[in-house]
Design a protein around this ligand. Sequence first.
Ligand SMILES: Nc1ncnc2c1ncn2[C@@H]1O[C@H](COP(=O)(O)OP(=O)(O)OP(=O)(O)O)[C@@H](O)[C@H]1O
Length: 451
Amino acid sequence: MTRAISLHNVSKRYGRAPRAVDRLTLDIEAGEFLVLLGPSGCGKSTVLRMIAGLEAITDGELRLDGQLANDMPPGDRDMAMVFQNFALYPNMTNRDNIGFPLLVENPREDRGPRVDATARKLGIEDVLDRYPSQLSGGERQRVAMGRAISRRPSVFLMDEPLSNIDAKLRIQLRSEIAQLTREMGVTTVYVTHDQAEAMSLGDRVAVIRGGVLQQVGAPRDIYALPDNVFVAAFIGTPRINLVQGFVHAPPREGMTLDLGSQRLPLPEPLSVDHQLLRIQQGRPVIVGLRSEATRIGLPSQARPGEVPLTGTVANTDYQGHEALVYVDIGSEPAVVADLESPRPDGSPRRRRARPRPGVLGRLKGRTVARTPGPPLALGGSPRLPYNPYASYDPAAQRVGAGELVVRTPPSLWLQKGAQVPLLVDLAHLYVFDRHGRRVSPAPAEMLGEDV
Ligand SMILES: Nc1ncnc2c1ncn2[C@@H]1O[C@H](COP(=O)(O)OP(=O)(O)OP(=O)(O)O)[C@@H](O)[C@H]1O
């Protein structure tokens, strides 16, 4: 059996603190694999714990298969949880750990066949008679998974189950989890801060920020059409290039996006999306270009839909199969607050090196993190005059200088400071308004479509 989970306007407040989860509405279909994705402290685990019944719901409704379940005891919900720290009983063998939920369910039943079948599924038959301390991290997590699946629950709740495992094994276990849960057809709610994990696992991904649901959809859809700048920045590697801009649309002249020292011309006749940008005339906007939107090429090599820019190579990041070239186009970065909020308890869980906003961005980030509704996009460092010959400043990289990341073949070696011609594919251009909402491609409601 598998069950549908429905959260309607669910909030959680701990004492007098602002809501850790703020009016969350989400319908999870029976058999669906839904990922809750967001930065540390955004409320993902709290949502999971409320679904499990381990945390009381302050406001709103939780329904399981349509039945109100706010006050249903955890034991009656038929859910199994897998945590990041494995949570195995150290003084029990792995066999007993896997069989423990079966023992609780029915002490008289012979657990052997089900434990063996579970272990076979997870490839851990050889370690059943050892203790958890005698296993590697990956094996321990498989035992934890085994304990969760042995009694065939109707829902799996997984809280960062792979975050204590090294990168290579994590990818292997990730595909094992995907296969296992699909085979079993059990509704799964999976919490992670890792967007790559979310994109590869989820039927749908729900992006949360500061306790507020930002967007929910299939991975392809939220990548292609992020509702706001936070979702755009959180999803995708390398991170989307975000720079500050202005819409320049004088009467009887072509429309351009002013990116600082350069302008991006929008080709005539204007597409519907670009026509609608006229509303933003004179207002600051955020221009988003994913790495696949930009390539190095001469204006004469432009394909239909591509427009030229120029830039200066700021840095090259050799990746083996490709190189990421950071090109300074003389624009100002748009810093998105709260992409990587520090863990409140300061514990070292899942730290990843990422460009961090400057002090101003971090301070502003704290104030907007709890802002319900669309996130604010904040300015970066003060604007400096564009100097193509200026030497590369690594500090500028850390605060997210207004550079474009361009993917190139690894054989192309570009020297720092070199001037490069760029071609921007306008099919991959995003524009967000000053509140961070996507305005191009135009959202369905702007086009008068049903949403
Ligand atoms: N028992 C608690 N008492 C008070 N505050 C809490 C409690 N549990 C969580 N919080 C707060 O609620 C907020 C959301 O926490 P939660 O653990 O749900 O976030 P998260 O997105 O799962 O973060 P992480 O990925 O770091 O686990 C945080 O600000 C956290 O400090």
